[in-house]
Design a protein around this ligand. Structure first.
Ligand code: DX5
Ligand code: ZN
Length: 217
């Protein structure tokens, strides 16, 4: 299971996004948090910014859509240049159709679960996905404390992935840092989003290397 570290530009300087993308050389993906002030109580960026960012960096974009009506919007983020698009199952009207559409357009399809959303009802959807995102904070803001109570859900999801013989990646997002990443890795996560732990560090690229080393132990 290869470890991947995805810095979240939510904690970067939005006036210098191209430079901030370059500041995390060595990262596997750039995590882009799209918020619409409806699905979550915060507002960030949309399709035009993703288009510009895709042109400005060679690092593939991992777009996390915290928005209503992802059935309508997710395909537009693939067209804007995202290589992976994550929609929230709580917001999707037709998650299977949407995952298939994202894949058909050439991106990796990923589904996210808020902390109170269980994995069990979605077991049969797993083969339709390239990644599952388990939120380890309530979505909406960076810099929140990691929810330890999500560890059993990570463990159960890893078991279900094994049971079905699937290759999908298991991403965790929220409060991932030097003090929590080992617990996530031990529970079975292999893709780690980190915002404040990377962009709040003196040397973001160094923080990415350190997090990777910790997740690999
Ligand atoms: C929160 C976002 C996260 C956020 C994580 O809703 O989905 O991606 O940037 O920030 P940290 O790592 O600071 O918790
Ligand atoms: Zn995110």
């Amino acid at each position: 299971m290869a470890v991947q570290i995805n810095p979240s530009i939510l904690s970067a300087d939005f006036a210098r996004l191209a430079e901030e993308a370059k500041a995390v050389q060595g990262a596997d993906w750039l995590h882009v948090d799209v918020m619409d002030n409806h699905f979550v109580p915060n507002l960030t960026l949309g399709v035009p910014v993703v288009e510009s960012l895709a042109r400005a960096t060679d690092t593939p974009l991992d777009c996390h859509l915290m928005i209503e009506d992802p059935d309508r919007w997710a395909p537009l983020y693939v067209e804007a240049g995202a290589s992976s698009v994550t929609f929230h199952v709580e917001a999707a009207a037709a998650p299977v159709r949407l995952a298939r559409e994202i894949r058909a357009k050439g991106a990796r399809a990923s589904m996210a679960l808020k902390p109170a959303t269980p994995i069990e009802p979605y077991e049969d959807l797993l083969p339709e996905l390239d990644m599952l995102l388990i939120m380890t904070v309530e979505p909406g803001f960076g810099g929140q404390a990691f929810l330890d109570i999500m560890l059993p859900k990570i463990r159960r999801t890893r078991e279900l992935i094994g049971k079905h013989g699937l290759q999908l990646w298991l991403q965790v997002d929220g409060g991932v840092s030097a003090t929590t990443i080992e617990r996530c890795a031990e529970a079975g996560a292999d893709v780690f989003v980190a915002g404040s732990a990377v962009y709040g560090a003196k040397d973001p690229a160094d923080a990415v290397r350190a997090l990777r080393a910790q997740a690999e132990t």
